[in-house]
Design a protein around this ligand. Structure first.
Ligand code: NAD
Length: 497
């Protein structure tokens, strides 16, 4: 039976249908699981108007009221984490344990947002001048749009929405049209947690809906996560329409393995970070840089581990699930063809894998290439699939030059037991998030997540203190309580005395 997914607006499911719809697949079986409504520009306008009405009241809700809602929302996600994980696996395809990990990382941002009374505090300075005080306050922006990718259908919306709401804004979330159900679940749980109608809305769709949000005058800020070309477009269009924009883009994350590293640990890390979620993570490792002389031994250890990966339906206890769509699966497979043609050494070929699944899911097994060079498309492009490339480097300097020469700068890792080398790397590398013997260095909710270069447009990272900053704007008040001694004219520029 084919399901039906629609928008969630003003505290309830949308009742007006749509003129256009998209198909949502179960990637493990290849079946169409549901149809999802696509909003027109006019419908987005209706949603933004509802959010704008809600934002005007919500900005005046006390911190106590806001945090009460967030604590209740946190409890609902906590109790229903399995339901949310199952919804993610059904539409994204990642294995259930991985989906549960995504829910956990999203939950941590909700918990951070529960502490908003501390995080949104301003400063107060007494007697900046005689009997004059100054203080700063941070206020919400109004309606903010959150536009998210397919690969973390719960976690990425949760990077932004809880903090935006905690700060007193109303949110219009446009999730990926490929796996939209997690967003709708979150919306209904926000409503159940007592969030006033219209403060959190979900509108589904494609470019038309995104463009409507980017140009709508009542949308004050846009948080976007997705591929680099769209991130650049969203940043340019949103800022041209006067909005504050943070647009997180794609990645090509390198893991540097120095000769003194523990190669068993490095091989485990490369496999986990390369093939977890079928490589569909913006923090996945897609390039291992093996510094001489570790290459042969390291590739052997990685290949041995890859051979043990079970690919199949994420509900069957497999290690790795399918790709999100058939189109994406075929695109990733075409990169494997291209790598082979370009002369990279194909150590493990994922095209021949027999998945543990029924039907015709979008599977591609893990693929390992060695002797990859920076000219090959498997090196230059973000593949976003289970394809791991090993590049050989003669020295630390050569390895660093590769990482810094890459247009992306999302994440990177170094594997070494030399503290001095690790410290030098963290100082010299031009990347936003760095792991030292940690392959996927995703910051905790109370730090901020974001890359450099083509991995982020705008200057504000997601969640943590930067998230609070992004969803608020500052005021500074200078105040004096007058008594009769303050009289007299003085047209000079005010200075302290
Ligand atoms: P995508 O860019 O195709 O889509 C992201 C969002 O933009 C979706 O909501 C989509 O509907 C919308 N969109 C797509 N095409 C559009 C267009 N032409 N105009 C306007 N809107 C459009 O990305 P995706 O395939 O869903 O996600 C994978 C990408 O996201 C990868 O590149 C990955 O690296 C990146 N990503 C980055 C981060 C990060 O933190 N930097 C995190 C997760 C994913």
């Amino acid at each position: 039976m084919t399901g039906y997914i629609t928008h969630f607006v003003d505290g309830k499911p949308w009742e007006h249908g749509a003129t256009r719809q998209g198909e949502v697949h179960d990637p493990a079986t290849g079946q169409v699981a549901a149809l999802v409504d696509f909003a027109s520009a006019a419908e987005v306008g209706t949603v933004v108007a509802a959010a704008d009405r809600a934002a005007r009241a919500w900005r005046d809700a006390s911190l106590a009221k806001r945090t009460a809602v967030l604590f209740a929302f946190r409890q609902l996600i906590h109790e229903r984490r399995d339901e949310l994980a199952a919804a993610i696996t059904a539409e994204h395809g990642k294995v259930l344990s991985d989906a549960a990990g995504e829910v956990q990382r999203g939950l941590e941002v909700v918990e951070f947002a529960c502490g908003i009374p501390s995080a949104q505090r301003g400063f107060f300075s007494e007697n900046v001048s005689t009997e004059v005080d100054s203080y700063s306050i941070r206020q919400p922006l109004g309606v903010v749009a959150v536009i998210t990718p397919f690969n973390f259908p719960a976690m990425v919306p949760l990077w932004f929405a809880p903090i935006a709401i905690a700060c007193g804004n109303a949110v219009v979330l446009k999730p990926s049209e490929k796996d939209p159900s997690a967003a709708v679940l979150l919306a209904s749980w926000f409503a159940e947690a007592g969030l006033p109608d219209g403060v959190f809305n979900v509108v589904h769709g494609d470019k038309e809906a995104v463009d409507a949000l980017l140009t709508h005058p009542q949308v004050k800020a846009v948080s976007f996560v997705g591929s680099t070309p769209i991130a650049r477009y969203v940043y340019e269009t949103g800022t041209a329409h006067g909005k504050r924009v943070q647009a997180l883009g794609g990645a090509k994350n390198h893991m540097v393995v120095l000769p003194d590293a523990d190669l068993d640990l490095a091989a485990d890390a490369a496999v986990n970070a390369g093939f977890g979620s079928a490589g569909e993570r913006c923090m996945a490792i897609s390039v291992v840089v093996a510094v001489d002389p570790v290459g042969d031994e390291l590739v052997g250890k990685i290949a041995q581990r890859v051979a043990g990966i079970r690919t199949g339906d994420g509900r069957r206890g497999c290690d790795m699930g399918p790709l999100v769509t058939k189109v994406h699966r075929d695109k990733v497979a075409s990169y494997v063809d291209a790598g082979e043609r370009a002369g990279a050494k194909l150590v493990v070929d994922g095209r021949t894998v027999l998945p543990d699944a029924d039907g015709s899911g979008f599977f591609l097994g893990p693929t390992l290439f060695d002797q990859v060079t920076p000219q090959m498309s498997i090196y230059t492009d973000e593949i976003f699939g289970p394809v791991l490339s090993v590049v050989r480097a003669g020295s630390y300097e050569e390895a660093l030059a590769l990482v810094n020469g890459n247009p992306y700068g999302n994440g990177t890792a170094i594997f070494t037991n030399d503290g001095g080398a690790a410290r030098r790397f963290q100082h010299e590398v031009e990347v936003g998030m760095i792991g030292v013997n940690v392959p996927i260095p995703v910051p905790m909710a109370y730090y901020s997540f974001g890359g450099w270069k083509a991995s982020l447009f705008g200057d504000t990272h997601a969640h943590g203190a930067e998230g609070v900053h992004f969803f608020t704007r500052g005021k500074v008040v200078t105040s004096r309580w007058l008594d009769p001694s303050h009289g007299g004219l003085n047209l000079g520029f005010p200075t302290q005395h």
